[in-house]
Design a binder for this molecule. Structure first.
Ligand code: TA6
Length: 258
């Protein structure tokens, strides 16, 4: 399993046909922007740990099915590529899924879903972006202030984020609701700010497993949790999307260093 390397004058990105999985994005002269676990699986029946997993056609658990859907453990087909972009496709009845990756000083992922079936169908989705940070305990996130969220560490209990930026003091697993906001990740250790924009998404998922959960994951190094933060464009739970036959929906995320 080897990545497709997209090398441009401004940045380099790595993409696997397995899961249409972007695993690496590094602007010239900068530290890498995406976290990739040193313990990740690279196996046909397992998702890669890090980068931008595509969660589709469901988000989270589903009885007797793989967590976060099938798209990230399926082999996608390269339909087109240019020096700075690639288009990958997957047929997963009743869906056609298309991911366009564009590489410049920013990394842009556009995820299009088409209902190729004969009746209305519903799906959930997330571009499950793993950002690399110097130390999560010193990171703050702007853009989610005054927003309700479901706390997945407390049975999806609904809470409210106050006027202050989000900071991290333990396992954090939240679905911020009804937000189309751009998130700004302030990383004082690496002295940079990461800008995470999105379109076509009503939820933003924020995740860091912290020490205990990291230790329990075989494909996640025990000492890696301080160096990652997931900021995910998503449409999940009550924002699941229903498409008529022939209907299309696009969600995108764009990540760059300020
Ligand atoms: O996006 C947050 C989350 O749903 C967490 O609950 C945690 O399960 C994480 O995704 C990673 O899931 P995975 O199946 O990739 O281990």
């Amino acid at each position: 399993m080897n990545p497709i390397i997209i090398h441009t004058p401004e940045a380099e990105a790595h993409v696997y046909t397995h899961g249409a999985h972007v695993t690496h994005f590094q602007p010239v002269g900068q530290k890498r922007v995406l976290f990739l676990s040193s313990k990740s699986w690279f196996a046909f029946d397992k998702p890669i740990r890090g980068g931008v997993p595509i969660c589709f056609p469901w988000f989270g658990p589903k009885p007797n099915e793989p967590h976060h859907g099938l798209a990230r453990i399926r082999e996608w087909t390269v339909e087109n590529s240019t020096p700075d972009s690639i288009l990958l496709c997957l047929y997963l009845q009743p869906w056609e899924a298309r991911l366009t990756v564009k590489v410049s000083a920013a990394l842009s992922l556009s995820f299009e879903v088409i209902n190729i079936g004969t009746k209305p169908e519903q799906f959930e989705e997330s571009l499950h972006t793993y950002l690399e940070v110097g130390d999560i305990r010193q990171v703050s996130v702007e853009g989610l202030e005054n927003t309700d969220y479901l706390d997945n560490t407390m049975g999806l209990f609904r809470k409210h984020q106050g006027p202050e930026p989000l900071t991290f003091h333990g396992e954090t697993d939240r679905v911020y609701l009804d937000t189309e906001a751009t998130c700004i990740v302030n990383d004082p250790v690496w002295q940079r700010r990461l800008i995470v924009e999105k379109t076509g998404s009503k939820d933003t998922v924020v995740w860091n497993p912290w020490a205990a959960k990291a230790k329990a994951m075989p494909d996640f190094g025990d000492d890696e949790w301080p160096h990652m933060l997931c900021i995910e464009a998503a449409n999940c739970k009550r924002h699941a999307i229903t498409l008529p036959p022939g209907g299309k929906h696009t969600m995108s995320t764009t990540i760059r260093i300020a």
